[in-house]
Design a protein around this ligand. Structure first.
Ligand SMILES: Nc1ncnc2c1ncn2[C@@H]1O[C@H](COP(=O)(O)OP(=O)(O)O)[C@@H](O)[C@H]1O
Ligand SMILES: [Mg+2]
Length: 276
């Protein structure tokens, strides 16, 4: 594997006709860990979904390039095969498909026809990675995420990442729902994967995770844009002072995006129906 370059240029995206991403620029190279931070509702998950090609998110402008190749032209499964991985904030439950089946299909899809992993090799690999993440071996045979606790789902997302060895790893709020011990286990797994062949985009609204996974770059997202970038010291300042100083500095009153004041659309005048 060679050192990947992942580039997001002027990315705009809409959900249900509302523009959420308003021009995002970001470059992640192999060996780098970038943290994307920001309060809730600022467009962080939308960025992840738009990159992965979630059908609900329509990219209206801009580019996403992996090693110069146009990711936006690829089907969702092609994006995964090209080496982009997303650990979702809210992983879906898939009944009827076991964790092992799912993982084996994903690995084989990536390896391609005629190059499938042997069953014995696959099981050994999965057992080894589950052990590292302190996941109960029984979870191999459970339906994907069905009835998993929040923390178990997050570990399972990281298990997929360890198994698939992607070149660009996007982790969306991987720390939410994890207690401190689980956070350590997950962070160690992520850190064990840091290498020149791999770049990370770690989305979080808490600085806590970044005590365990040290970022090289920190970006703050507000109103569907990256409004500030810096080094790890930026995350430390956010931990100490919160986000308000950035809002003040940039003259931002409401940092969220896509939340029109729905309540004001409800008629409040005398033409509203009356029951008298
Ligand atoms: N699937 C969706 N359906 C409708 N609106 C959405 C959807 N995803 C995102 N949005 C809109 O985009 C805004 C930003 O959401 P999101 O990207 O999840 O923010 P964050 O991850 O920073 O909390 C939300 O406030 C919401 O209005
Ligand atoms: Mg989110």
């Amino acid at each position: 594997m060679s050192k990947p370059t992942f580039k997001i240029v002027g990315l705009k995206a809409s959900v249900e006709g509302k523009e959420i991403l308003k021009g995002v620029d970001l470059e992640v190279k192999g060996g780098e860990v970038h943290a994307v931070m920001g309060p809730n509702g600022t467009g962080k998950s939308t960025l992840a979904s738009a990159i992965m090609g979630h059908p609900k998110y329509e990219v209206t402008e801009g580019q996403v390039l992996l090693n110069g190749e146009d990711v936006l032209e690829m089907e969702v499964d092609e994006r995964a095969r090209a080496g982009i991985f997303l650990a979702m904030q809210y992983p879906s439950e898939i009944s009827g498909v076991t964790n092992a089946d799912f993982m084996r299909s994903a690995i084989n899809a990536k390896r391609g026809e005629g190059n499938e992993i042997s069953l014995i090799k696959f099981i050994r690999m999965m057992e080894e990675k589950m052990k590292a993440l302190e996941i109960d071996p029984q979870f191999m045979h459970r339906y994907l995420n069905e009835g998993f606790s929040g923390g178990e789902k997050k570990r399972n997302e990281i298990l997929q990442m360890l198994m698939l060895e992607p070149s660009i790893c996007i982790l969306d709020e991987i720390d939410s729902g994890l207690d401190i011990d689980a956070l350590k286990v997950v962070s160690e797994a992520v850190n064990s994967m840091r290498s020149e062949d791999r770049g990370f985009l770690i989305i979080t609204h808490y600085q806590r995770l970044l005590n365990y996974i040290k970022p090289d770059f920190v970006h703050v997202m507000m109103q569907g844009r990256i409004v500030k970038s810096g080094g790890p010291e930026l995350a430390e300042r956010l931990e100490a002072e919160g986000y308000d100083w950035i809002k003040e500095e940039l003259g931002i009153v409401d940092e969220t995006v896509g939340q029109e004041e729905e309540e004001f659309k409800v008629p409040m005048n005398t033409t509203a129906p009356r029951f008298s």
